[in-house]
Structure formats: C-alpha cells, structure tokens
Design a protein around this ligand. Structure first.
Ligand code: ADP
Length: 501
C-alpha cells in the first residue's frame, strides 16, 4: 500500500511535480502502467523513506515491449526514417534533456543519493553530450569498398546494418548516464530498444521516457521498463525476439545474462565490475596525485565500476599519500544529495550499505589499519564515511573483491626500476576496467600504460570520460566497448556484398 509521501522541499517545481505525479513506463509509444497493475516503492537513500511508487514490469510487459520494438524494427516507422532524421531526433532529446538539467540533477540526487551539484555538472551534461555525439554518428555508419583477389571484374563492398531489437539492462550508479550510453548508439545505428532500468533508481529513466515521446520518436522504437532483475531483466535477456543484449552491472549477473542469451545466440555486450589501481610514483606532483587518488575513489560515493579502489604508492611517498588521501577523506562534507553543499551522499540502498560495511568489518578482522573513516555516518540513511585501509595484502577480501563504496586499500611498492613487477601487481585481479598512473616521467607513464591490462589507462588523472572515448573492460570486466566509434560495432552487423561485373 502506498504511504503518504512528503516531497522534499529542496526539490524544484519540475522535479517535485514529476515525483508526485503518476509514474508510467514507455511501451509502444504509450506511457503505461504494468499489465499486472503492480507497483513498487522507490526509496530515498538519505533517510530510507519512500519517495513514490512506480510500475513493476514482469514478463508480460517485457513481451509486449519486445514485440513493439520488433514491429518498429521489421516493418514500422523507424527503418523508414533517413539517418539524418534519426540523428535529428537524438539531437532533440539532447536539447530537451539540457533544458531540464536541474530537474534531472535533482531526480538523480533524490533517487540515487549523489550530490546534486555533481549530477548537474557531470551526469546530466555527459548524457546530453553523449546523445549529441551519437546523433552525429547516425549519418556515418560507413562500410568500405574492398579489392578482392578473384579478379578485377568483381566489386566488393561492405554495409553496416543495425543489429535489430536490443535489450538493455542498466544499473543504479549513474541512472541517467547509463541510459544515455546505451540508448544513444543503439538508436543512432537504427536499432530499436527495450531498456530495463535499475529497480533502485528508476526515476530519471522514467522522466527520460517522457522526453522521448516529446521528441517525437515513432512508437515502439524506445521502450523503457521499470522492474526487478529476476522477474523483468531475466525474461528480457532471454527473449527470442531480441537480437542483442547490452548489460551493465555486476560480473555475477553479467554471467547470467551471457547464459540467458544462448537460447537464440543473441549478441552480448557486458560492462561489469572493476578493482582499478591508482599508482603513484615518487616523482609525481604530489598535491595533484593525492587529490586525484582521493577523487578516484570517493567520487560518486565510490560507486563507480572504474573507481581507483586499489591505491599503490611508492614506499618513499607511501606515508605522505596515506596521510594526504585520509586527510581529504576526513574533510569531505557528507550529507543528503539534495543539499547543494554536499560532497558525498549516501550509498544507494540498505543492501549496498550492508555490503560495504561488511567489507570494512572483514578488513578490520583481517588486520587492516584505518587511515580514515571505517564507520557509518549518521544513524539515518545509508551513509558510509570515506575510508582508507592500509596494512593490507592480496588474499584479503578488501583487496581482492570489488567493494563498490568509498573504500580504498593502500599498498606500497618498492622500486620503480622494476616496472614489470609493479604492473603484475596492478594486474593481479580478475578485473581489467581502468587504471591511473601518476608520474612526471613520460617513459614510465607510457610503459605502464602498455603493461596494464585494462580498457582505460589514465595518466595524471582519473575518471575522465568523453562520449568520443571507448570505455569497457579486459578480463572479467566485460565484453565490448561503450561510447566512441567502437560502440557502433556492437550495434551493427557487417554485410559483405560481392558483385560480378
Ligand atoms: P548491483 O549488484 O550493483 O545492483 P546487478 O548486476 O545486480 O548490480 O544489477 C544490474 C542490473 O541487472 C539491474 O537492472 C538489475 O535489475 C538487473 N538484474 C539483476 N539480476 C538479473 C537477472 N538475473 N537477469 C537480468 N537482469 C538482472
């Protein structure tokens, strides 16, 4: 039963009116309730209270949405549009989103817990930029002409065609941005989409659905569902009328998605977990490196798949780095995401709070020392202090496993002469999503960049994203890449045409 909800007074008029309105999913061009009529509560992680109820999709809604996407792809209006018209529609979504930047930043702060000041300059503008960048690609999915050895009286060329109906399942850490990363390239290449939002954070995605309607997308091209993993995500990933599934989330669920996709051998791309190293050499600009290492882990409450969660510092600067990062961590202003002065918000949910605090507990039990933090903040909401643990080694859970919270483990390394050994330490993880290297020595920087097995290596920076840069993982961090020109390969099939002249 829905309880009486008090809307947070810090919400602006637009966000407030959306939150207190009736929530609907986008299926076949219509904003609708779930077939079953069921809804589920969305919680404010800053205090654990219910914000509102949203529709709860299950296999029946998935089936209707997939059939709508199939129809829009096979015979509907989408293929009839020119690439330029598709690009213009994507650009229109970007414009509408930009016009509502503050509203979306507030929805992210309320629902996910992240600081509204961060969402307003990172999540929303990056999503706007992604849609604009991908709008440009709509007219540029090019093939090539290929000389073949059968003879000069042959003409061979390739065309890139959209892969078809795409299922997209996204997580809660960047709800709007993850939706943009996935929808942008799929629509630019001419695919149709059924997206499932994360159950913890459906609000910005449901609001985005309204913008797709407003922009004038034909029915069935974009379908956006709210629902849970097993009852909604699983039937979507397994549906026989889906040609491809794109997933971002945990490595554990990524493996389930890969298995679910085998029924009709749909194409699969996965963007999964990480345990990314941030490596500080003694010649680095220490102020920049220490501030960068702190931001690498504490940004977004540490809930980034590419968070710099393993900090390596040369033994000659180790104490300075531990003290510096701990000092920054201890000064970060913790509070509700909607407070404009907040720098670190709550974790997204009670489940994540329990998970992160149990990791910290296991760190204590296995002998880690606390540089800063290590405790919950406030007895209301899901706040965890920015935490640095040292005296740690491989084999400890906090070192080996992804924590997905504001918790960094710091280890020292002995010599920068043996870069190979250091790279092996950095690569000593099942993941391979990202890394950062902090040094003034360009030779060391590039050697490390070459030896680190990860999809992204940052030098003297961390968490720098751009719609034009591919992002994704080696090893168990995933399959395929998001963004950049690379992502277009995931959403297209290549056809080779050979003509005997
Ligand atoms: P987290 O543990 O960080 O919440 P998950 O990998 O569990 O990450 O969730 C990421 C997304 O995957 C969410 O949208 C979630 O609902 C969905 N999901 C969870 N389990 C399944 C499943 N068995 N099949 C399909 N999707 C799932």
């Amino acid at each position: 039963m829905a309880t009486a909800i008090t809307i947070d007074p810090r919400l602006g008029a637009d966000a407030s009116s959306f939150v207190s309105g009736k929530h609907a999913m986008l299926i076949d061009g219509n904003l609708v309730a779930a077939k079953s009529g069921k809804t589920f509560p969305v919680y404010n992680p800053a205090d654990g209270t219910e914000i509102c109820q949203v529709p709860e999709a299950d296999a029946a809604d998935v089936d209707i949405a997939v059939r709508a996407a199939r129809h829009a792809f096979d015979g509907g209006a989408w293929p009839a549009l020119t690439p330029s018209q598709r690009g213009r529609l994507l650009w229109k979504v970007a414009d509408l989103l930009e016009q509502h930047t503050e509203e979306f930043a507030q929805l992210e702060a309320l629902d996910n817990g992240k600081p509204v000041s961060v969402a307003g300059v990172a999540d929303v503008p990056l999503a706007v930029d992604l849609f604009r960048y991908m709008a440009g690609w709509a007219t540029k999915t090019l093939g090539s002409t290929i000389p073949i050895s059968a003879g000069n009286d042959f003409l061979s060329y390739t065309v890139r065609e959209p892969v078809g109906v795409v299922a997209q399942i996204i997580p809660w850490n960047f709800p709007l941005l993850m939706a943009a990363w996935k929808l942008g390239p799929a629509l630019a290449t001419g695919c149709t989409v059924v997206m499932k939002l994360a159950e913890q954070t459906p609000l910005s995605g449901l609001r985005l659905a309204q913008l797709f309607v407003e922009a004038g997308f034909p029915p069935g091209v974009v379908n956006i569902l709210a629902g849970f993993g097993e009852p909604c995500g699983a039937p979507l990933a397994a549906h026989d009328l889906v040609d491809k599934v794109a997933f971002t989330g945990s490595t554990e669920v990524g493996k389930l998605i890969a298995r679910a996709a085998t029924g009709n051998l749909k194409k699969v791309t996965l963007e999964l977990g990480g345990k990314s190293p941030a490596i500080i050499f003694p010649d680095a600009d220490m102020d920049t490196a220490i501030a960068g290492a702190a931001s690498a882990i504490f940004f977004n409450q540490g809930q980034c798949c590419c968070a710099g969660s393993r900090l390596f510092a040369h033994e000659s600067v180790f104490d300075q780095v531990v003290e510096g990062v701990s000092h920054i961590g201890s000064k970060i202003k913790i509070g509700p995401g909607l407070d404009p002065t907040t720098e670190l918000g709550p974790l997204v949910s009670e489940e994540q709070f329990d998970r992160v605090t149990s990791f910290i507990k296991s760190g204590h039990e296995q002998g880690a020392k606390v540089g800063t933090g290590g405790k919950r903040h406030s007895d209301r909401g899901y706040f965890v202090q920015p935490t640095l643990l040292h005296n740690v080694r491989p084999g400890m859970k906090v070192v080996d496993e992804e924590i997905f919270g504001p918790v960094v483990v710091a280890q020292s390394f002995k010599t920068d002469a043996d870069l190979q050994r250091l790279a092996a330490q950095a690569n000593d993880t099942v993941y391979g999503l990202a890394a950062s290297v902090w040094t003034r020595d360009i030779s060391v920087a590039h050697k490390m960049a070459r030896m680190i097995k990860a999809g992204t290596v940052w030098v003297n920076c961390h968490n720098v994203f751009d719609a034009a840069l591919p992002f994704g993982g080696y090893k168990q961090s995933g399959w395929g890449r998001e963004m950049g020109a690379e992502v277009l390969n995931n959403y297209t099939e290549v056809k080779a045409v050979t003509v005997k002249l």
